[in-house]
Design a protein around this ligand. Structure first.
Ligand SMILES: C[S@@+](CC[C@H](N)C(=O)[O-])C[C@H]1O[C@@H](n2cnc3c(N)ncnc32)[C@H](O)[C@@H]1O
Length: 159
């Protein structure tokens, strides 16, 4: 307990430095590489990383606002897709943070499962599922929504 608190405190200057570095880089990219509005025929994207190298992408502004407004639901056993950034940023009283990934190549994943293949998913174990920027990538999105529903405790079959 003391060890982890000390580690968090010792990492703080490094995290502040990295944050400042990122902000400076985003500012530089916006200032020095503005969109060429006079040549909208260019097929080269302004950003190859969804705009994260230039600031906060516009969809994430809405995502952040939504999660902030619903932060009181982000509690207990919380699952997120591929990472737990939003769980850490907006969670309250999170007892267990799960990361779902559908291939085994994510070393941080705690659950390997395909949302559309319900037999690969643990059922009735979650209090909250944060599903951002994912359903739009899944052809059978209705099956994926059912998969999420089945993983939640309130699905009727869970605790
Ligand atoms: C753009 S990422 C979004 C994840 C991230 N939490 C975010 O908000 O940026 C899309 C994710 O969907 C996952 N994914 C795609 N099809 C899936 C499926 N059938 N079941 C579970 N995850 C899936 C991919 O592995 C990928 O991590």
């Amino acid at each position: 307990m003391l060890g982890s608190t000390l580690r968090t405190i010792l990492r703080l200057p490094w995290r502040i430095f990295n944050r400042c570095k990122l902000k400076a880089l985003q500012h530089y990219n916006r200032l020095c590489h503005p969109p060429k509005w006079h040549n909208l025929r260019s097929t080269k994207p302004i950003s190859r990383v969804f705009g994260f190298d230039r600031g906060t992408p516009i969809d994430r502004i809405y995502t952040n606002d939504f999660l902030q407004a619903n932060a009181h639901f982000i509690q207990g056993r919380v699952c997120e897709i591929a990472e737990n950034t939003y769980t850490k940023a907006f969670g309250n009283n999170v007892t267990q943070s799960e990361i779902l990934h559908y291939t085994a190549d994510n070393k941080n994943a705690t659950i390997i499962g395909d949302l559309t293949q319900h037999s690969t998913l643990p059922q009735g174990i979650l209090d909250c599922f944060i599903c951002t920027v994912t359903l739009n990538f899944i052809y059978d999105y209705k099956a994926a929504i059912k998969g999420i529903y089945l993983m939640l405790k309130s699905n009727g079959g869970g605790a």
